[in-house]
Ligand binder design. Structure first.
Ligand code: PRP
Ligand code: URA
Length: 209
């Protein structure tokens, strides 16, 4: 089982505090989700392999490094994961983007799939799954299972706020998946919302409540 990576960078922690504030409106909320995603992308791509190349500078030939081979895809889970895509593409503009639509049934809290569109060569790409919230873990577990069924071999999962329950469920279901998490909260409430959390991420990003 891979140890989850908690993002302790002060900028990430500061921006998560602003996200939590119930007075933060959709415009600022969206901007913060984008900025946090860019900062987390920097960490989640730290292990990309490099190769040495020669580049002619105006002065001389430099032996220097570029990213070697790895092709990336980002897969947001609808809806809230969409808010993270642009922040990721800021750093890796050539990545492909797939989409998985899941919503939690309000009674059972189980994820229900309603959409899937993945790049044709997804099985040849390293995939980072994006969702700001890891609550029961059901959505993340199902999204990653779908990607494995599509032949993806290397998968990372990136969330902004996680519950201990979600972290455990995801690590047990997919022990090969590296989790990157902004902050680990206290617990879930009876409605399976993260406490203290930040509320419903999709509604806050899109202003639907
Ligand atoms: C939220 C969130 C995750 C999911 C997490 O989506 O964006 O996808 O809940 O909960 P889980 O870990 O218990 O599965 P939601 O189902 O509310 O859909 P939405 O993004 O369309 O609002
Ligand atoms: N989904 C959210 O958007 N927030 C939670 O706290 C749990 C699930």
């Amino acid at each position: 089982m891979l140890k989850p990576m908690l993002m302790d960078h002060p900028l990430i922690q500061h921006k998560i505090s602003l996200l939590r504030d119930k007075n933060t409106g959709p415009k600022e909320f969206r901007e913060l989700v984008g900025e946090i995603s860019t900062l987390m992308c920097y960490e989640a791509t730290r292990d990309l392999p490099l190769k040495e190349v020669e580049i002619e500078t105006p002065i001389a030939v430099a032996k220097t490094k570029i990213i070697s081979g790895t092709k990336l895809a980002f897969v947001p889970i609808f809806r809230a994961g969409l808010g993270m895509v642009d922040g990721m593409l800021n750093l890796v503009p050539t990545a492909r983007v797939g989409h998985i639509g899941l919503y939690r049934d309000p009674e059972t809290h189980q994820p229900i799939q309603y959409y899937k569109k993945l790049p044709v060569d997804i099985d040849k790409r390293e995939v980072i799954v994006l969702d700001p919230m890891l609550a029961t873990g059901g959505s993340a577990v199902d999204a990653i299972s779908l990607l494995k069924e599509a032949g993806v071999k290397t998968i990372k999962f990136m969330c902004i706020v996680a519950s201990p329950e979600g972290m455990k469920a995801l690590s047990e279901a997919h022990p090969d998946v590296q989790i990157y998490c902004g902050v680990l909260d206290e617990k879930l409430n009876d409605d399976k919302y993260i406490v203290p959390g930040l509320g419903d991420a999709g509604d806050r990003i899109f202003g639907t409540k």
